[in-house]
Design a protein around this ligand. Sequence first.
Ligand SMILES: Cc1cc2nc3c(=O)[nH]c(=O)nc-3n(C[C@H](O)[C@H](O)[C@H](O)COP(=O)(O)O)c2cc1C
Ligand SMILES: C=C(O[C@@H]1CC(C(=O)O)=C[C@@H](OP(=O)(O)O)[C@H]1O)C(=O)O
Length: 393
Amino acid sequence: MRYLTAGESHGPQLTTIIEGLPSLLPLTAEQINHDLKRRQGGHGRGRRMQIETDTVEIVAGVRHGKTLGSPVALVVTNDDWKHWTKIMGAEPLAEDVDPDEIKRQISRPRPGHADLVGGMKYGHRDLRNVLERSSARETTVRVAAGSVAKALLKELGISIVAHVTEIAGIKADTSLLEGKTADEIRTIVEADACYCIDPVASAKMVEIIDETKKAGDSIGGVVEVIVEGLPAGIGSYVHYDRKLDGKLAAAMLSINAFKGVEFGIGFEAARLPGSQVHDEILWDEDNGYMRATNRLGGLEGGMSTGMPIVVRGVMKPIPTLYKPLQSVDIETKEPFKASVERSDSCAVPAASIVAEHVIAWEIAKVIVEQFHSDQLPQLQAQLDEMRRYTKEF
Ligand SMILES: Cc1cc2nc3c(=O)[nH]c(=O)nc-3n(C[C@H](O)[C@H](O)[C@H](O)COP(=O)(O)O)c2cc1C
Ligand SMILES: C=C(O[C@@H]1CC(C(=O)O)=C[C@@H](OP(=O)(O)O)[C@H]1O)C(=O)O
């Protein structure tokens, strides 16, 4: 299973083509739109999100609410495009048009963005040609593709949820997650301004986001994704590029502004003895194999253990700041301090939704590769058999 995305931030549309999905999977635009709306939300988003109402059109691969097995194509229209048709149009500029008037040329790279190095790499002196694609606007269709993956995981008895564990040093009390299923966690965090399980921490997060915005600065944080219902043995230890943890880490780090990843107790493992890190193995008649703890986040040897997968990603502060940072104009080579029109001040809650969907995609992809998967019922039968086999092993 694979997908490509195309589209510029202020171009006409964002597009994804998903190839390799099993046939007979129930799929509607409505379920994808729910996830797109969650990605647009979360406290700290800027004015662009008031312009956009992200909704998907399914233009291929689905008939009467079920996948056909052919490529699925999804399109999300940029509502902002109508303000950018001249600046972002694909046609060459007419001869009587002054390019400086039309192109909104950018020669001042923003620290922390792809602007400067992207310009060097692709030979663009108008840095708009870089930022239009390096923008996290692209995560819209990554969420759409991940939402399709989640529809598949749901049919296979696998649930996934993301939530925010930390913003600018304010940490959620994650003991509030204990005893709750992924679906129960989703109901709670969906109703929270920061997609956080802890209302007390969330109120402080809202406060610090507002204060930071007023000060013209930006902040980052940590998001966590939990995957439940995955059988043991997904992924493999036999070759480096088949390890599930490696794939999940790469997916997490592929999100704009994500700079680190950890599983289970994560970097804390460096500070603890092995007896307080590894998860002891238990067995009983009803449940088969279990772990007394889940400190390693449901992964051993590049494979799922059958315990929930717990993976976290850290997001750096948004690079576009109202409080200007030092940079150099690439035309004049003069130093300047950037001034900015609009930006998110904190996109950690929104990014948690992106994380949920890139992880969902990766897990669905590994499952589809590991089992015979032309059609959903065959895939479901094999997952059921894998669960029975690993329990009785
Ligand atoms: C959901 C989301 C929204 C973002 N919004 C903004 C934004 O409004 N302004 C900005 O400067 N960066 C924003 N970013 C971060 C930049 O896209 C990112 O830092 C930039 O592309 C450079 O990539 P890198 O940080 O991975 O090196 C956002 C990221 C995500 C995931
Ligand atoms: C458009 C989205 O986020 C954008 C991500 C982004 C960036 O530099 O990454 C910069 C901003 O775009 P603009 O310059 O148009 O205001 C954000 O709004 C989105 O998430 O859909």
